[in-house]
Design a protein around this ligand. Structure first.
Ligand code: GLY
Length: 401
C-alpha cells in the first residue's frame, strides 16, 4: 500500500511538473499555435499564387484595397514575404513554399550590391538567411556575404555605427542630419554576426559589436525607452541630435522602435553571450511590458496623444512576441506568461484576419508611419513575418518533448 502510495505521489508530481515545465508545454497554446500555422498557410497560399503569377512581392494593402507590391528598385520590406514562405517550408516540408521563396527572392538578389541603403540585413537575412538555414545552399551563403560586404561600406569607425539613411535627397535631406542612425538598424546586425561565422572573418562581427555599443550608449533614455534617430557628426563621432522620424515626437517612444531594440539586443546576446546585451534586452522588454495596454498590443507610439483613441501597431507586437520567445530561453522563462498573453491577443479576431479576407495577409491593424501619412491601419508583410516566426519559435521552444 505504501509503495503504491509513493508511486502515486511520484506520478502526480511528474504530471504537475510536466504541466508547469515551460520547455515542454502540452497545453492549449500549443494547439492554438498549430491552428494559427495552418491558418497562416491558407492565407499566404492565396497571396503566393497572385505573387508568383505577376512576379511581385507583397508589402501591404493600399487605400483602394489593392495590394501594394514592393518597389523593384529596392524596398526594405522585400525580404519578408519570401522569409514567411521559408518558415512555412520549415513547418510543412512542402516544396511549394521553398519554390515560391526561391522564385521571389531571386527578384531582388542583385540588391546585394546596394550600398546606398542600410536595410540589407532585413532584406537578405529574412529571405536568403532563412533559406540558407534550411537548405545549406552555398549560393545563398555567397549572397549573404556579398550583402554583408555592401552593408559594411556604411560603417564608420569614427562614429562606431552603420549609417542608416543617406541625407542627399528625399525627406531625409530636409532634417539637417549628417549621419543619422535609427534604432531599426540593430536589425542589420544578425547578418553581420552570421557572416563572420560563415567566413571566419571577425570584421563583420566587430562592426556589429561596435554598432551595438554605440547604440547602447546614445539611443536610450533612463527608463530604457529609445529615441528613433540619433544623428552623429561624421567627422568627430559626437551626437548632434536625438529625434524621431516615425514616432509622435522627439521625446516619445515609437512602438516599433522599442520592438526593434528588444529584438536587436537579444540577437547581440545570442551571438556574443555578453551580459550587457542581455541586461539591455531585459530592460527594454520591461519598458514595453510595463507601458503596453492591457492586451499587450501597443498603440503606434507609447506617448501618442489620444490613447486609447489611437491606432494600434500589430507589427510592433509581433516583433516583440518573437523577440520575447528568444529572450525567454535566456531568462529562466521570465516572460512566458506575457508570451502566452500576447500570442492569444494576436491570434484573436481583433487582429487576425479570417481566411480569405485582408487580401490574404495574416494580421490586420499595422502602422507604417503616421508622420508620413503612410500605411496606417493596414496589413504589413513584416507584421506577418514576425508573427509566423513567433509561431515557429513557440512551436520549437515549448511544444516538443
Ligand atoms: N525602418 C523600418 C521600419 O519602418 O520599422
Amino acid at each position: 500500500m505504501k509503495i503504491i502510495h509513493t508511486n502515486l505521489t511520484l506520478i502526480i508530481l511528474c504530471l504537475v511538473f510536466s504541466c508547469n515545465s515551460n520547455s515542454s508545454k502540452p497545453n492549449s497554446t500549443t494547439s492554438l499555435v498549430e491552428e494559427q500555422l495552418n491558418l497562416s498557410k491558407m492565407q499566404i497560399s492565396g497571396l503566393l499564387d497572385t505573387a508568383i503569377a505577376i512576379k511581385k512581392i507583397p508589402r501591404t494593402v493600399k487605400l483602394n484595397k489593392e495590394i501594394r507590391w514592393t518597389n523593384s528598385n529596392f524596398d526594405w520590406t522585400e525580404g519578408f514575404f519570401p522569409g514567411t514562405l521559408w518558415y512555412l517550408y520549415e513547418h510543412t516540408k512542402d516544396d511549394k513554399w521553398k519554390n515560391g521563396a526561391q522564385e521571389l527572392q531571386a527578384l531582388f538578389e542583385s540588391h546585394k550590391h546596394v550600398t546606398n541603403n542600410h536595410d540589407l540585413g532585413f532584406v537578405f537575412n529574412c529571405s536568403y538567411g532563412n533559406g540558407y538555414r534550411l537548405t545549406k545552399n552555398e549560393a545563398y551563403k555567397a549572397t549573404l556575404i556579398t550583402a554583408a560586404d555592401s552593408l559594411l561600406t556604411r560603417f564608420s569607425p569614427k562614429v562606431g555605427c552603420i549609417k542608416s539613411w543617406n541625407v542627399d535627397k528625399g525627406w531625409q535631406s530636409k532634417r539637417n542630419w549628417q549621419f543619422p542612425v535609427i534604432i531599426d538598424n540593430m536589425m542589420n546586425l544578425e547578418l553581420l554576426f552570421k557572416v563572420s561565422e560563415f567566413t571566419n572573418d571577425s570584421k563583420y562581427k566587430n562592426a556589429a559589436i561596435k554598432h551595438a555599443n554605440t547604440t547602447l550608449e546614445h539611443h536610450f533614455r533612463q527608463d530604457y525607452s529609445s529615441y528613433h534617430v540619433v544623428d552623429y557628426d561624421p567627422l568627430t563621432g559626437t551626437v548632434r541630435h536625438k529625434e524621431t522620424a516615425q514616432g509622435f515626437s522627439n521625446e516619445s517612444s515609437w512602438a516599433r522602435g522599442q520592438a526593434w531594440g528588444l529584438y536587436g539586443f537579444t540577437i547581440c546576446y545570442r551571438f556574443t553571450k555578453d551580459e550587457k546585451y542581455l541586461i539591455q534586452a531585459k530592460k527594454i522588454a520591461d519598458y514595453i511590458l510595463n507601458n503596453a495596454p492591457e492586451d499587450l498590443v501597443p498603440f503606434w507610439d507609447y506617448n501618442a496623444p489620444n490613447i486609447p483613441d489611437e491606432f494600434k501597431d500589430v507589427s510592433a507586437a509581433s516583433i516583440t512576441l518573437s523577440a520575447l520567445i528568444e529572450l525567454d530561453a535566456y531568462t529562466q522563462h521570465a516572460y512566458f506568461s506575457k508570451i502566452e498573453k500576447l500570442m492569444y491577443a494576436l491570434s484573436s479576431n481583433t487582429y487576425l484576419a479570417k481566411h480569405g479576407e485582408n487580401n490574404n495577409f495574416i494580421l490586420k491593424h499595422g502602422v507604417g508611419s503616421i508622420p508620413h501619412n503612410n500605411e496606417i491601419d493596414v496589413p504589413l508583410a513584416y507584421a506577418d513575418y514576425y508573427y509566423v516566426e513567433a509561431l515557429m519559435r513557440y512551436k520549437n521552444a515549448y511544444s516538443k518533448n
